[in-house]
Write a protein that binds this ligand. Structure first.
Ligand code: PLP
Length: 361
C-alpha cells in the first residue's frame, strides 16, 4: 500500500499571529471505519477528498508558489502488547523547530509539537481509526506492517512576491501507511542530479528539496531500479543520500560507514538510532566521507534508512553503467540484523531499553 492519502478525520492546526500560537483540533467529515470500508471506491474517494479540503486556507501563498514550507514524518506503531506508541517524537519536535528556524519562520515550540502528535493519534484512535497489531507481520520483519503516519507541516500566510513567512500555520495530519518501497527489486541507481548544495537547505526538511528527489527517483524507477542515490554537489564523488533516506555501507573490513552530517545531509532520526544500535553491537561505526569508488570496491552490504524506509537493504548500486552487487544480491546478515532490531523495538517485540517509544494508547 505504501503511503495513502486516506487521511484520518482529526487534524490539528496552529497559527502564529500577534506574537503567539493559537491551536485547534478539527474533525473532518467521516463515518465509522467499518462504514467507510463498506463504501464504493468513488464514494470513499469523495469523502476522503473532502477531508483534505480546508476552504479557509489561502490558495496563493509562499508555500504554494515557492515551496516555502517544511515538514516532519513520524510513526505511531501498533504494539505487540496492544496500543500504539510513537518512535522518538522528541527528536522530530526538535528537528521541526530547527527546520522552521532555518527557513526564518517563528519556530513551533517542541512541547506543542509533541502534544499535537500524541493527541491527533489518540483522538483518531478513539474514533476507531488505527491499525491493530498482526502477528503475521513478524514473518517479513515488519516490512509490510501497518502504522499511523504522522505528518506535521507548515503553510505560509497568503502572499505572491518571493518572501519569507512570519505568520505560518502548523498542521498535523494522520494517515495509514504500510511498507514504503514497492519495487520487485532492491537495486539503486546513482543519479547525476544534485539534491543539495553547500550553504543550501539540504539539512532542512524543506518542501522545496523534494522536487529534485522526486525527479531523480522517478528516473531511477523508469530505468527499472528501486531507489536513486545522490553524490555531492562539488566533487560529484562522495555519497550523500538516497531519494529521501540516509544511506549506510557495511564494508568488507567490518566497518559501518554513513556520510557525515553537514549542510547537505538530512539528520535522520533512524540514522542516529542505527549508529547507536551499531555501537551497542560493538561494530566499528564511522560518520565520514565515502566515495563512490570506495563503495564500488569495498562495500559488502548497503541499506537506506528513514522513518518510511526503516532500514531497507540495497542489493546493488549502478554508477555510469557499472554495477556493484552486494552480498551476491541477497540481503546481508548485518543489514537484516539492524533492520530486525529497529523494527523489533518499534513494534514492541524487543525491549525498549533506550526509552525510545512514547506510548499513546
Ligand atoms: C526524512 C528524511 C530522512 C530520514 O529521516 P528520519 O528521521 O530517519 O525519518 C533522510 N533523508 C531525507 C532527505 C529526509 O527527508
Amino acid at each position: 500500500m505504501g503511503f495513502s492519502l486516506n487521511t484520518y478525520p482529526i487534524t490539528y492546526r496552529a497559527n502564529f499571529s500577534d506574537g503567539k500560537w493559537s491551536s485547534e483540533y478539527l474533525e473532518k467529515p467521516h463515518k465509522t471505519p467499518e462504514e467507510e470500508a463498506a463504501m464504493s471506491d468513488s464514494d470513499l474517494a469523495k469523502l476522503q477528498d473532502s477531508r483534505n479540503c480546508y476552504d479557509d486556507m489561502p490558495l496563493v501563498s509562499y508555500s504554494s508558489q515557492y515551496g516555502l514550507s517544511c515538514f516532519e514524518g513520524l510513526k505511531a506503531l501498533p504494539q505487540k502488547d496492544g496500543g500504539l506508541a510513537i518512535f522518538r517524537p522528541d527528536k522530530n519536535a526538535s528537528r521541526f523547530y530547527r527546520s522552521m528556524e532555518g527557513l526564518c519562520m517563528p519556530p513551533f515550540p517542541e512541547q506543542y509539537f509533541l502534544e499535537a502528535c500524541i493527541e491527533t493519534v489518540k483522538r483518531n484512535a478513539r474514533l476507531g481509526f488505527y491499525p491493530h497489531y498482526n502477528s503475521d507481520w513478524k514473518k517479513d520483519s515488519f516490512m509490510t506492517a501497518d502504522s499511523v503516519y504522522i505528518r506535521p507541516f507548515t503553510m505560509s500566510e497568503g502572499g505572491v512576491g518571493v518572501n519569507l513567512s512570519s505568520k505560518p500555520w502548523v498542521y498535523v495530519i494522520n494517515t495509514p501507511v504500510s511498507s514504503y518501497f514497492s519495487s520487485d527489486n532492491s537495486d539503486a541507481l546513482v543519479s547525476d542530479r544534485v539534491r543539495a548544495t553547500p550553504n543550501g537547505t539540504g539539512w532542512i526538511k524543506a518542501a522545496s528539496n523534494y522536487v529534485i528527489s522526486a525527479l531523480a527517483k522517478s528516473e531511477a524507477l523508469n530505468a527499472g531500479y528501486m531507489e536513486c542515490v545522490f553524490l555531492d554537489a562539488v566533487h560529484h564523488k562522495y555519497i550523500e543520500e538516497g531519494s529521501s533516506c540516509n544511506i549506510f555501507f557495511y564494508l568488507k573490513s567490518g566497518e559501518l560507514v554513513t556520510p557525515e552530517l553537514g549542510d547537505t545531509i538530512l539528520p535522520g532520526i533512524t540514522r542516529a538510532s542505527i549508529i547507536e544500535l551499531a555501537h551497542d553491537k560493538d561494530i566499528k561505526t564511522s560518520e565520514r566521507q565515502i566515495s563512490i569508488d570506495e563503495v564500488m570496491e569495498e562495500a559488502k552490504e548497503c541499506f537506506v534508512s528513514g522513518t518510511a524506509a526503516g532500514a531497507t537493504p540495497i542489493t546493488s548500486l549502478t554508477y555510469h553503467g557499472k554495477k556493484a552487487v552486494f552480498n551476491n544480491g541477497d540481503v546481508g546478515e548485518f543489514s537484516a540484523d539492524i533492520r530486525d532490531t529497529i523494527k523489533g523495538i518499534q513494534y514492541g517485540t524487543l525491549p525498549d531499553t533506550k526509552g525510545w517509544m512514547t506510548k499513546v494508547i
